[in-house]
Design a binder for this molecule. Sequence first.
Ligand SMILES: NC(=O)C1=CN([C@@H]2O[C@H](COP(=O)(O)OP(=O)(O)OC[C@H]3O[C@@H](n4cnc5c(N)ncnc54)[C@H](OP(=O)(O)O)[C@@H]3O)[C@@H](O)[C@H]2O)C=CC1
Ligand SMILES: CC(C)(CO)C(=O)C(=O)O
Length: 315
Amino acid sequence: MKILMFGRGTIATLYGWALEKAGHEVEFYVRPGRAATLGSLVDLQIRDGRARRGAAVVQHWPITLREELTARHDYDLIVLSVNHDQLDNAIGFLSPRVGDATVLMFGNVWAEPSAVVSRLPGDQVVWAFPGGGGGFTGSTLRGGVLKNIFMGFCEGSNRTERYQTVRALFKDAGFSVSEQPDFRTWLWIHFIMDAGLLTQGLAVGGQARLVASREAVKQSVLLVREMIPLVQARGGTPGRGAALISRVPAELLGFLLHRLLAGKNLYSFIMEEVERTGHMTRESAGLYARDVLAEARRIGFPMPRLASLETVFAL
Ligand SMILES: NC(=O)C1=CN([C@@H]2O[C@H](COP(=O)(O)OP(=O)(O)OC[C@H]3O[C@@H](n4cnc5c(N)ncnc54)[C@H](OP(=O)(O)O)[C@@H]3O)[C@@H](O)[C@H]2O)C=CC1
Ligand SMILES: CC(C)(CO)C(=O)C(=O)O
């Protein structure tokens, strides 16, 4: 398969590498003028959750950057993994250039998913979310991929041939796919979990401090708990996981989440690399809470706990 990763960001590079290793032809679209600065080599210092014990990968990886994309391209798949506030712009650029490619939406979304992709041909859009992460320092990529990725359906999308092809692409590359039928709600719940953790991280002076404190992790659970009804108010249908967050004592949830975040596992390693590389600035981390609070205010939904931390995440 011929694959275009949109941008040469963290997720695009991690999964571009994994897909190229699985035998596909992978290229990166970067903004005009960026190829020379980015260079055609990435230093990978990552861990691969598909291998035993998340084996380390240290490799100089030559990549192909493209600064141009016309509608007459021959890519089978375009992987769109940009920050949620960059989606509108990226899709505006892509919409007249999609051609016959499948577009894989592969990152955070907080707006209405069907509205986000409304300028793309609906039957060419497939939804997924990465199970990996990290960040760049210069041309060195630190982080990793978990074995699992998430896929699912938003309004108007379903188990089409294109969906099956993308699913098979990842499975054949050694990933396991966790299928979430109501992907719209899944994306929103994931987003508020990011918002809770990132906001509390900002409140205590960084994700490393958050992870070191069971109390701070518990506070992030309370933030997420407050946000779940907002997802419902927007028409989402939070399932069992969200019900657990709402009902299980925060002390216990804080304890369990703290164990996951502070434990020696690939997920906590990846989150440490996000922090260590400075991938999230104060501004980008605060964006999650700003967007959640803006939506709450837009629909008149009270969110006192989050609002009380506004000075922490305001611009
Ligand atoms: N990093 C992580 O640990 C994780 C990230 N995610 C999610 O995955 C998504 C991608 O994140 P991540 O890879 O970290 O983000 P990055 O900021 O690392 O990468 C985004 C890339 O997209 C490029 N880009 C954005 N808009 C355009 C455009 N219009 N034209 C050309 N290039 C563009 C950016 O280029 P430029 O620099 O020129 O703007 C940048 O290279 C996000 O939704 C994020 O929340 C999910 C799990 C973990
Ligand atoms: C790691 C983080 C918060 C930042 O990129 C992220 O985007 C995610 O896990 O969804």
